[in-house]
Design a binder for this molecule. Structure first.
Ligand code: MN
Length: 533
């Protein structure tokens, strides 16, 4: 196998097998400075094998080992040199859909760092012999990879090099060691069977590598992980969700005390985002997220932040806006795992506003958004009158949608729509609906653009139905004392005399979620046509 020089060139075979659409996005993440990483994934595709992958020059150089690596120095294992994989694949655990290349289930069987025995590992691989000292959970000590048989001519996509993998007789050698006796993932503790039965991620090998992983639900932190978070000092590293999240200024007060008299610290926000991740993530996964940040606390001025910072960790997903105008943000954060929410909380990204469209189709909204925005003289009763009128109108039209209180003064109604609508479609539809609603209570509503011209009346704001215009996501905290949150409610709760727009906060929301589940969840499965108005 010839040795291409750059990571981009090295991924040529990976891409060739996966038929990427032409795209300027990088199809592999940047290498971390410092330690080289390795992963061994137990992969049940057409046949069981272990994928032995070493980070070299920004890619994962890979061998498929049918019987798996062993610490037994007497055993030599066949290792078929397969195409380099993108770094983004290093943490992947889940399923690859049947029919796609490598279809089957994958666990992170072992991972850690490695030290090459040769000064230039890429050259050593090209020359056919590599020494790798592994520092993993299961695998340790020096492994040797030796090429025994070249791929022959015309090998691209056809014949593959055969190598042998063996363990040196060193302090880490163990006679009779069998990888099949150690079947659990070092990432989740789960076996291939358990991952196949309830996968938490899917890998789409036909997508660019940095967008290939689709997360399928999430786990909240374990009791031990929460104890570890509380045990950290003002800063430290939190092992959570299979990665290490660096946390800082954990005891900083971000929200003044609310009615319970207890201020809310950054540690509280990190814990809240992590605990609520299973409910929050479905509204964030696969979308760029605009952040309203309050590093000095919410009683100081916050600011909008969109750019994914250069210091963000490698595992934090990102999306490139190909349509960005000069000076506009190009790289956005995509919050697609619990650890990403913990990272954003630590970044004092108090409010997360996901796009209403997805990274895959940024010009096609998946939600039509109704925003009842109270004016200075609107009461919450006025807001409820308007929300009930929308309830009646949507019911009459047979359109599915649900309200949430904003955590501030208003109510929003989220209406899921099928793929293929433009923002002009959703904005026009919400405007026509809102004009009809507003016409029945003209004394409550102003259509004036400028706040000052509205005589304190409410605005039925349809203009957020536009690209890169956003509303706060469900369960997100708002910048006010006590950290009130934007909470999904049932239509019937509009008639609950105890309803307040800021009724739930960071300390009370988890109990409500545990009791009622995510009320918006049914909307996620709705593929809805908007009726003509
Ligand atoms: Mn494989």
């Amino acid at each position: 196998m010839a040795e291409p020089s750059t990571a981009e060139e090295r991924l040529g075979d990976y891409r060739a097998k996966r038929d990427f659409a032409t795209t300027p996005e990088p199809q592999g993440g940047a290498a971390l400075p410092g330690a080289r990483r390795f992963v061994v994934q137990r992969h049940r595709a057409r046949a069981l094998h272990y994928d032995f992958r070493l980070e070299v020059d920004g890619v994962l150089v890979s061998w498929a080992v049918p019987k798996g690596p062993t610490l037994d120095p007497k055993v030599r294992r066949l290792a078929v040199h397969v195409e380099d994989h993108p770094i983004d694949y290093i943490d992947f655990e889940g399923v690859i859909p049947g029919g796609e290349y490598g279809g089957g289930d994958v666990i992170v069987w072992d991972k850690g760092t490695w030290t090459p025995g040769e000064a230039d590992p890429a050259a050593a691989i090209a020359a056919g012999e590599l020494h790798a000292e592994l520092h993993g959970t299961k695998l340790a000590g020096t492994f040797v990879l030796v090429r025994t048989k070249g791929a022959g001519r015309g090998s691209r996509g056809g014949g593959k090099e055969q190598w042998l993998l063996l363990h040196k007789r060193d302090d880490f050698a163990v006679a009779g060691w069998d990888p099949e006796e150690h079947p659990e993932s070092v990432r989740s503790g789960r076996t291939n069977d358990e991952v196949a039965a309830a996968p938490r991620a899917r890998w789409h090998s036909d997508a660019p590598a940095d967008a290939a992983e689709e997360r399928l639900g999430a786990d909240p932190p374990t009791a031990d992980e929460l104890v570890a978070l509380d045990a950290l000092g003002a800063k430290g590293t939190w092992a959570f969700d299979g990665v290490e999240v660096r946390l800082t200024n954990l005891d900083k007060v971000l929200f003044p005390a609310g009615d319970d008299g207890v201020p809310v610290t950054k540690r509280d926000l990190v814990r809240y985002f992590a605990v609520m991740a299973p409910a929050m993530l479905p509204y964030l996964v696969g979308r760029p997220v605009n952040q309203h940040r309050y590093p000095q606390g919410v009683d100081r001025r916050g600011f909008w932040h969109k750019e994914r910072p250069a210091h963000a960790p490698d595992w934090l997903s990102r999306w490139h806006n190909d349509d960005a105008d000069p000076g506009e943000t190009e790289w956005y954060v995509v919050a697609d795992r619990p650890a990403a929410l913990a990272w954003l909380a630590n970044y004092a990204a108090v409010e997360l506003h996901p796009w209403t469209s997805t990274c895959a189709q940024p010009r096609e909204p998946t939600w039509a958004m109704i925003d009842i925005d109270p004016g200075t003289s609107s009461t919450f009763d006025d807001v409820l009158v308007l929300a009930r009128l929308y309830r009646t109108a949507l019911d009459h039209l047979g359109v599915v949608g649900l309200p949430k209180v904003t955590g501030q003064r208003g109510v929003q109604i989220w209406v899921p729509v099928r793929a293929g609508y433009t923002f002009d479609d959703t904005r026009g539809w919400v405007e026509r609906l809102s004009r009809a609603v507003g016409a029945t209570v003209p004394e409550l509503v102003s259509w004036k653009w400028h706040k000052a011209d509205r005589d304190g009346l409410a605005r039925l704001d349809y203009t957020q139905n536009a690209i890169n215009r956003t509303l706060v996501a469900p369960y997100i905290a708002r910048p006010a004392p006590g950290a009130p949150v934007s909470m999904p409610i049932t239509w019937d709760e509009l008639d609950d005399p105890d309803l307040r727009p800021d009724r739930w906060n960071l300390r009370t929301a988890p109990a409500r979620l545990a009791e009622l589940g995510d009320l918006f969840a049914p909307l996620l499965a709705v593929d809805q046509e908007l009726p003509d108005l």
